[in-house]
Ligand binder design. Structure first.
Ligand SMILES: *[C@@H]1O[C@H](CO)[C@@H](O)[C@H](O)[C@H]1NC(C)=O
Ligand SMILES: *[C@@H]1O[C@H](CO)[C@@H](O)[C@H](O)[C@H]1NC(C)=O
Ligand SMILES: *[C@@H]1O[C@H](CO)[C@@H](O)[C@H](O)[C@H]1NC(C)=O
Ligand SMILES: *[C@@H]1O[C@H](CO)[C@@H](O)[C@H](O)[C@H]1NC(C)=O
Ligand SMILES: *[C@@H]1O[C@H](CO)[C@@H](O)[C@H](O)[C@H]1NC(C)=O
Ligand SMILES: *[C@@H]1O[C@H](CO)[C@@H](O)[C@H](O)[C@H]1NC(C)=O
Ligand SMILES: *[C@@H]1O[C@H](CO)[C@@H](O)[C@H](O)[C@H]1NC(C)=O
Ligand SMILES: *[C@@H]1O[C@H](CO)[C@@H](O)[C@H](O)[C@H]1NC(C)=O
Ligand SMILES: CC(=O)N[C@H]1CO[C@H](CO)[C@@H](O)[C@@H]1O
Length: 549
C-alpha cells in the first residue's frame, strides 16, 4: 500500500495509489502510525475518507528523496528513517511537519509516542497552551535519541515558561521559537546544548537577564533574541566566547553594558550585529572583524569618536549621544548628527510647519498637501535626511533569509476606501524598525496621519492569504498601537486603505514616527524572511486648536 501525502486546500488528503501487493507487511512502526494519525486528528487536520490508518505512512515521499522543505505541496509531511533490511524492516517516523495549516489547539499529547523524531516543524499555526514537558522525554528513546532540529514553534501562541524537561534535548541543533508568548527566564540549561548552532527567541514575553550560560555555546552561528521587556538587565559578557557567530541580534533586550567590554575583532565570521534599543554606553569598538559590515547600535547611550571602520559599513547610530564633527561627517551619511538624542541642530533654521511623505511618488494629496517622494535607497542599517521641509527616514533590519529583500514594494492594484489610490501603490517596508523624522518643525501640537494598505497577502484562498504583518506604532516615543495589523484594521481585507491619526506635541522642533517590529506576525509569507512594518504615506500638520476663547 502506497500512500502519497498531498495537500488539497487546507486539508490533508491521502491518496491511495495503485497497490501492487495488496497485503504486504506494514513497514511503519505501528505505534508511530497510530500516534501520527492521532496528532493529525487532534490538530484538526481533517483527514479525508481516504485516510487509512492501517495503511503504511512510511512509503512514497516519506522515504524517497522528495524535498519537503519549502515545498508548498508538502506543508503536512513526514519523513521516515532510511529503512534497511528489505521489506521486513520497521521504519520510524523521524520528521514531522505540519506547517502553515491553520492547526489549532494545544500540542497533542500523542506526539510523545513519536519517539524517533529528530525534526519537528509545527510553525505558522495557531497552537496554544504551554510547551508540554513530555517533549523533553523524546530523548530517551530507542532509535534516534533526541530531537535534533526542533524548528519552528514560531508564529503560534504557545505560552507559559519553557519546561525544564526540555533541558534533556542535548543534541538540539536549531531551536526557532519566535512569536510565541513564552514567559519567565530563558532557561539556563540551553547553555548545555553544546551543538546548538541556531537559536531564535524573538517576540516572546521573556524576562531578563539573558542566561550567562549561553557563553558555552561555542558552535552558535546565529543568535537572535529580542523583546525582553521585563526582569533585570543583562550584560554582554556572555557573547565573548561566541566567536563562531555570523549573525547576532540582541535587540530590545535590556542589555546594560559598555560596548568596549567586547573585543569585536575576534568575531571573524560575524557579518551582522544588531544591538539596537538597549542601554549600551561608552564608545564604539576601535576595530571589528573584517566581515562585519552591517551594524545597528541605534537607541543606546553611546558616545565618543567614530572609528575608521565605519567608513566601509552600514552603521546605524540613530538616538545615541554622539556629536557630529567634520571627521565623523565625512564617514557617516549626511544629517546623521541631527538624529542623536536631543537633536541639537536645525534649531536656528526652523521654518517648516508640516511635511508629508509618500513611499515612492511625488503626489498632491486630497487636502492639497504635497507628498514628497521617499525614494531613499536604504539598506539594513541606514538613514536619509532631506532638505527643507526637513524630514528623515531611517531603517534598521535586514530581510534575513531573503537575499533580494527590497525595502520599497509596489502594487498597481485598485485600492478601496480612498480617493487617492496612488498614495497606496508603494509602501516602504522594514524587517525591523522604520522611523520617520520631522526636523526643524515649529513647536506646537501636530496631527500625524499614517496611511497603510496591505497588498502582499491576497484575500484569495491561497496560503499567501495567511500572511500576518504585525508591528507596533510609536509617535514621539509613545506607543500608540501594539500588535497593529494593517489588514485586520481594514476588516480583514487587503487593498483597502487604513488611516491612523494622532495628535502629538512637538516641543524640540522634532517629531519621530516609529514603526517597530516586536517579533510578531508571520516570518515567511510570501517569501522566507518576510516580516515587519509597512507604510504607504504619512503627513504631519499643525493641529487646529478648537479652543476659540
Ligand atoms: C502512546 O503510547 C502509549 C504507551 O505505549 C499507549 O498507551 C497509547 O495508546 C499510545 N497513543 C497513541 C495515540 O498511539
Ligand atoms: C487500508 O490499508 C490496508 C493495508 O495497507 C488495506 O488492506 C485496506 O484495504 C485499506 N483500506 C482502505 C479503506 O483502503
Ligand atoms: C519488496 O517489495 C517490493 C514491492 O513493494 C518488491 O518488488 C520486492 O520484491 C520486495 N522485496 C523483498 C525482498 O521482498
Ligand atoms: C569562555 O570559555 C572558556 C573556556 O572555554 C571559559 O574558561 C570562560 O569562562 C568562558 N568565558 C565566558 C565569558 O563564559
Ligand atoms: C513585568 O513585570 C511586572 C511586575 O512583575 C508585571 O506586572 C508586568 O505584567 C510584567 N510585564 C510583562 C510585559 O511581562
Ligand atoms: C527654510 O530653511 C532653509 C534652510 O534650512 C532655507 O533654504 C529655506 O530658504 C528656508 N525657507 C523659508 C521659507 O524661510
Ligand atoms: C525575491 O526573489 C524571489 C525569487 O526570485 C521572488 O519570488 C520574490 O518575490 C523576491 N522578493 C522580493 C522581496 O523581491
Ligand atoms: C496641545 O494640546 C494639549 C492637549 O490637548 C494642550 O493642553 C496644549 O495647550 C496644546 N498646546 C498648544 C501649543 O496648542
Ligand atoms: C520602540 C521600542 O521598542 N522601545 C523600547 C526600547 O527599550 C526600552 C527598554 O527596554 C523599552 O521600554 C521600549 O519600549
Amino acid at each position: 500500500m502506497r500512500l502519497l501525502m498531498l495537500l488539497h486546500g487546507a486539508a490533508l488528503v491521502l491518496l491511495l495509489a495503485a497497490v501492487a501487493h495488496a497485503q504486504q507487511t506494514m513497514r511503519t512502526d505501528l505505534a508511530d502510525a497510530a500516534a501520527l494519525h492521532a496528532v493529525f486528528a487532534k490538530l484538526g487536520q481533517k483527514a479525508g475518507p481516504q485516510w487509512n490508518i492501517s495503511g503504511d505512512p512510511c512509503t512514497g515521499a516519506a522515504i524517497d528523496n522528495t524535498n519537503i522543505d519549502n515545498n508548498d505541496i508538502f506543508r503536512a509531511a513526514i519523513k521516515c528513517e532510511v529503512c534497511t533490511g528489505g521489506n521486513t524492516s520497521i521504519c520510524r517516523i523521524t520528521r514531522l511537519k505540519i506547517y502553515a495549516l491553520d492547526a489549532v489547539g494545544p500540542i497533542p499529547e500523542e506526539l510523545r509516542n513519536l519517539t524517533a523524531l529528530t525534526d519537528l516543524d509545527l510553525g505558522q499555526n495557531y497552537l496554544t497552551g504551554p510547551l508540554p514537558s513530555f517533549i523533553g522525554e523524546l530523548t530517551d528513546m530507542k532509535y534516534i535519541s533526541s530531537l535534533q532540529h526542533m524548528r519552528t514553534f514560531g508564529i503560534n501562541a504557545l505560552s507559559g515558561p519553557v519546561p525544564k524537561e526540555l533541558g534533556n534535548l542535548k543534541n538540539l541543533i536549531k531551536l526557532w521559537a519566535s512569536d510565541n508568548d513564552f514567559t519567565g527566564q530563558i532557561p539556563d540549561y540551553i547553555g548545555s546544548w553544546s551543538g546548538l548552532t541556531e537559536l531564535r527567541f524573538q517576540g516572546n514575553s521573556f524576562q531578563g537577564p539573558i542566561p550567562a550560560t549561553l557563553s558555552n555555546l561555542g558552535q552558535l552561528a546565529s543568535l537572535r533574541i529580542g523583546d525582553i521587556l521585563n526582569g533585570s538587565s543583562s550584560s554582554l559578557a556572555f557573547i565573548n566566547n561566541l566567536t563562531s557567530l555570523n549573525t547576532l541580534v540582541l535587540r530590545n533586550c535590556r542589555i546594560s553594558d559598555k560596548l568596549v567590554s567586547i573585543d569585536f575583532s575576534k568575531f571573524t565570521s560575524l557579518n551582522l550585529l544588531f544591538l539596537g534599543n538597549n542601554s549600551l554606553s561608552g564608545s564604539l569598538p576601535s576595530s571589528v572583524g573584517s566581515l562585519l559590515k552591517t551594524l545597528d547600535f541605534s537607541y543606546n547611550q553611546l558616545s565618543g569618536s567614530i572609528p575608521s571602520w565605519a567608513k566601509n559599513s552600514e552603521l546605524n547610530l540613530v538616538a545615541n549621544n554622539f556629536v557630529a564633527d567634520s571627521s565623523s561627517n565625512s564617514v557617516l551619511p549626511a544629517g546623521w548628527g541631527c538624529l542623536q538624542r536631543n537633536t541639537p541642530c536645525f534649531l536656528d533654521s526652523r521654518n517648516s510647519s508640516s511635511f508629508a511623505v509618500d513611499s515612492g511618488k511625488s503626489i498632491v494629496g486630497p487636502d492639497n498637501s504635497v507628498y514628497e517622494p521617499d525614494r531613499a535607497s536604504l539598506g539594513a542599517a541606514s538613514l536619509y535626511v532631506t532638505g527643507a521641509p526637513t524630514w528623515g527616514v531611517s531603517n534598521v533590519g535586514k530581510f534575513m533569509e531573503a537575499n533580494n529583500g527590497s525595502y520599497i514594494i509596489h502594487s498597481p492594484g485598485q485600492f478601496l476606501n480612498t480617493l487617492e489610490p496612488e498614495l497606496f501603490q508603494n509602501a516602504r517596508i522594514s524587517p525591523s524598525s522604520l522611523r520617520y523624522y520631522g526636523i526643524g518643525l515649529e513647536n506646537g501640537n501636530y496631527t500625524v496621519t499614517l496611511l497603510f494598505a496591505e497588498f502582499d497577502f491576497p484575500d484569495t484562498q491561497s496560503w499567501k492569504s495567511r500572511g500576518r504583518r504585525v508591528f507596533d506604532i510609536y509617535v514621539q516615543g509613545e506607543r500608540k498601537e501594539q500588535n497593529f495589523d494593517i489588514r485586520k484594521a481594514a476588516g480583514g481585507k487587503s487593498f483597502t486603505a487604513v488611516r491612523k491619526q494622532y495628535t502629538v506635541p512637538v516641543t524640540k522642533n522634532f517629531l519621530e514616527i516609529h514603526l517597530f517590529w516586536a517579533g510578531k506576525g508571520t516570518c515567511c509569507i510570501p517569501t522566507q524572511g518576510y516580516y515587519g512594518p509597512a507604510i504607504s504615506a504619512l503627513s504631519a500638520t499643525p493641529s487646529i486648536s478648537l479652543d476659540l476663547k
